[in-house]
Design a protein around this ligand. Structure first.
Ligand code: NAI
Length: 334
């Protein structure tokens, strides 16, 4: 079966790692027609809008997109296009598996946990205003509907992936109403899943526990901002941002992307690690039912990592982005 998938190369290292991923996916034999779209700063320059209607329509039609990272100006300029895209398509669940790869020097080589991040509200609503000069208010939105929906997603995920526990992370001791509501919804949902143990941790302690004893966690469910920060922390536990994939899932579609950003410090040099976006591509292939192709690519990638000769610079190697893709393709075709 031929699939049509929206492809957003993105900014910075995006086009380099996305091109490597497309090569690898195509080598697996799966038939895909890519509909390439631009968004963000590139779209602003070309069409005068950061999120062109055609991009949204393409994802709504195809239901699946593979997306490179998008740059967001700091402290000024347009609002985050990633946040805009997630809102426009109501991609409420951000799923981020954190699993160490073979033969990678890292703090926790056995680590295997999953972050489920609420993707539509919290401080990410971007509701900020100047109250009086020198005083700014930023509004944190937490709703019963979104908190219940993400908790359900986390428990369903734990059930379908045979995970043993779901942990909510929060700051309900201080934000008694907002984080309190998130936590209350979590435990209400937990009652419907008596076979899956549920617990919670205050976010600051949770971060310390993640660094000291991360193996105690299985599936973690967090509000938007905590989920964002904890994702990078967890990527650091398994060897860095080049290794952490992700999916944004909603009723209207799914957008697959790495946890990391556009890495402007290394963009254009062909040295970025494409593993995270490739693994996001594997999540995408499984989402569309291409399990065999996903397994073929995953096995090839694991072989390359196990041999340890072809590694990108972030992992102490000298391989270029394209060398890594070529090595995987070599294994797929072997
Ligand atoms: P970043 O994730 O782009 O980079 C942080 C550090 O990790 C940099 O030193 C970078 O070189 C390294 N790194 C990231 N990905 C790598 C890879 N695949 N291979 C090797 N090294 C890698 O975070 P930063 O610098 O804070 O953000 C840069 C831009 O990315 C900003 O405009 C930000 O808004 C955007 N961003 C976009 C995201 C998305 O599109 N989902 C997510 C996070 C940030």
């Amino acid at each position: 079966m031929k699939h049509t998938i929206t492809l957003i190369p993105g900014d910075g290292i995006g086009p380099e790692i996305v091109a490597a991923t497309v090569r690898v996916i195509e080598a697996s034999g799966v038939e895909i027609e890519w509909e390439t779209h631009i968004i963000g700063a590139q779209a602003l320059e070309k069409y005068g809008t950061t999120i062109p209607e055609a991009t949204i329509e393409s994802i709504k039609k195809n239901k699946v997109a593979l997306k490179g990272p998008l740059a967001t100006p700091i402290g000024k300029g347009f609002t985050s296009v990633n946040v805009g895209l997630r809102k426009a398509l109501d991609l409420y669940a951000n799923v981020r598996p954190i699993k160490a790869l073979p033969n990678i020097p890292c703090r926790y080589p056995e680590l295997d946990l999953v972050i489920i991040r609420e993707n539509t509200e919290d401080l990410y609503a971007g509701l900020e205003h100047v109250v009086v000069p020198g005083v700014v208010e930023s509004i944190k939105i937490i709703t019963e509907k979104a908190s219940t929906r993400i908790a359900k997603y986390a428990f369903e995920y734990a059930k379908s992936h045979e995970r043993k526990k779901v942990t909510a992370m929060h700051k309900a001791n201080i934000m008694k109403l907002s984080d309190g509501l998130f936590l209350e919804c979590f435990y209400n949902v937990a009652k419907g899943f008596p076979e899956i143990p549920a617990d919670d941790k205050i976010i600051d302690n949770a971060c310390m526990q993640l660094v000291m004893r991360p193996e105690q966690f299985e599936v973690m469910v967090l509000e938007n901002l905590y989920g964002d920060i904890v994702s990078d922390l967890c990527a650091g536990l398994i060897g860095g941002l080049g290794l952490a994939p992700g999916a944004n899932i909603g009723e209207q579609g799914a957008v697959f992307e790495a946890v990391h950003g556009s890495a402007p410090d290394i963009a254009g040099q062909g040295i970025a690690n494409p593993t995270a976006i490739m693994m996001s591509g594997l999540m995408m292939l499984r989402h569309i039912g291409e399990f065999e192709a996903a397994k073929r690519i995953e096995n090839a990638m694991m072989e390359v990592y196990t041999e340890g000769e072809i590694r990108t610079r972030d992992l102490g190697g000298t391989a270029k982005t394209s060398d890594f893709a070529t090595a995987i393709i070599g294994k797929i075709k072997a």
